[in-house]
Design a protein around this ligand. Structure first.
Ligand code: PLP
Length: 420
């Protein structure tokens, strides 16, 4: 079997990280857009992929591709080894107790829907309360709404403070005392707030509340340790962590996974099938119906190797440094509204200008090669609470540079001159 990733050239990097060399490992960042060098600031939506990940996926298809778990032939064995190796790598990345606690999904959304349709459907009853926060992405809101409507459960929300986009935790214990399940995001995809998930999960555990963490915005940017957080479930997406699209991860505490019913039927999730009944496979296979995304898992393995070779703390510090520079430069614009905390935030920066609609701004920035996002960011209820229909969002990653922050600000000023 070929090695999962070309990580040999990635020496362990700490303060002396060569960010320019890293950036050069992303072929897409050499693109020009509308005649300008690409400035890609839409990393909260999806990250770009380094050559090592692209090569690993290509190599898998060129040398190892087959279906997993079913064959007695060499390629099937190689594919199975690569797929299960990726599961072990994810377990190490999250500091899970064992690879059996790692389920491959299509992404964060599927992971959250899986918990809603298995553990929650099996354990929650009419009148039970599901506790969420006001800053949840639609992927961590709509599945719970569907479930609540189906079984007659209630939704409650930890509020977001208006001034700095933090969770208002003063009523946490009272809210937990009424709840059976708490599902919350680690990092807000609109405001960049970093929630104290470990502290919140400690309170939830004391109250006997099952916890689900949406790590879509954190898993590729900072350390996510499921044992230190103390959560029961945690979900993230490969495509936001330098990995391929269509692959994601759900971590679940083993004893909960073992007691849960399956999510979908078919393929490897069975143990024995008769015409009128079936018995199910052991975890995690019980939750992986049908042929899995083997190439995606192999690519994710390479991506996690890549991120760890840089160092997740170094990545987060770099994100924060760029976001701070962007916030300082944006704050110089009269009448601008910046969302989220002023300190200890992630690399996600959302804003509204007094004189230019976010969508116009992003469209015109694209004309100059700057990729921003504008809209509700799948946070419609949060934006309604904040009193806006849309924000413009710049989100940074380790391959972005200070020069790109400055270019983004320069383009913003140019665009405003045209719009006002
Ligand atoms: N949760 C958060 C906080 C997100 O930012 C996103 C995507 O932007 C998701 C969930 C959904 O991720 P995916 O579309 O990869 O399933």
């Amino acid at each position: 079997m070929n090695p999962p990733a070309e990580t040999a050239n990635l020496a362990k990097r700490d303060e002396s990280v060569d960010w320019t060399a890293l950036r050069n490992e992303f072929p897409i960042l050499r693109e020009t857009v509308n005649g300008h060098p690409l400035v890609y600031l839409d990393n909260a939506a999806s990250s770009q992929k380094p050559q090592q990940v692209i090569d690993t996926v290509r190599r898998y298809y060129e040398h190892d591709n087959a279906n997993v778990h079913r064959g007695i032939h060499e390629l099937s064995n190689r594919a199975t080894e690569a797929y299960e190796g990726a599961r072990q790598r994810v377990a190490d990345y999250l500091n899970a107790g064992s690879p059996e606690e790692i389920i491959f999904t299509r992404g964060t959304t599927e992971g959250l829907n899986l918990v809603a349709n298995t553990w929650a459907l099996d354990n929650l009853r009419k009148g039970d309360t599901i506790l969420l926060t006001e800053m949840e992405h639609h992927s961590n809101l709509v599945p719970w709404q569907i479930l609540a409507n189906r079984i007659g459960a209630k939704l409650d929300f930890i509020e977001v403070t208006d001034d700095d986009g933090q969770l208002d935790l003063q009523w946490l214990d009272e809210q937990l005392a009424r709840a059976r399940l708490l599902s919350l995001t680690h990092i807000s995809n609109t405001m960049g707030t970093v929630n104290p998930v470990a502290e919140i999960c400690t309170h939830a555990r004391a109250a006997g509340v099952v916890t689900v963490v949406d790590a879509a915005q954190s898993a590729g940017h900072t350390t996510v340790d499921v044992q230190a957080i103390g959560c029961d479930f945690l979900a993230f997406s490969g495509h936001k962590t330098c990995g391929p699209t269509g692959i994601g991860v759900l971590y679940g505490r083993r004893e909960l996974l073992e007691a849960m019913p399956p999510y979908q039927g078919g393929g490897e999730m069975i143990s024995r099938v008769e015409y009128r009944d079936s018995t199910f496979n052991v975890v995690p296979h019980k939750f992986e119906a049908g042929t899995p995304n083997v190439a995606g898992a192999v690519g994710l393995h390479a991506a996690l190797d890549y991120l760890d070779a840089i160092g997740r703390e170094a990545i987060f510090e770099h994100d924060q440094r760029l976001a701070k520079r962007a916030c300082e430069r944006l704050a110089e614009i009269d009448g601008i509204r910046l969302f989220g905390p002023s300190e200890d935030r992630s690399g996600v920066v959302s804003f509204v200008l007094p004189d230019a609609h976010a969508l116009d701004l992003a469209t015109m920035a694209d004309q100059k090669g700057v990729a921003l996002r504008a809209g509700h960011h799948c946070n419609q209820p949060l934006l309604a609470k904040l009193g806006v229909a849309a924000t413009a969002r710049a989100s940074f990653y380790f391959y972005n540079t200070e020069a790109e922050v400055d270019r983004f600000i320069e383009v913003l000023h140019d665009v405003r001159k045209l719009l006002v």
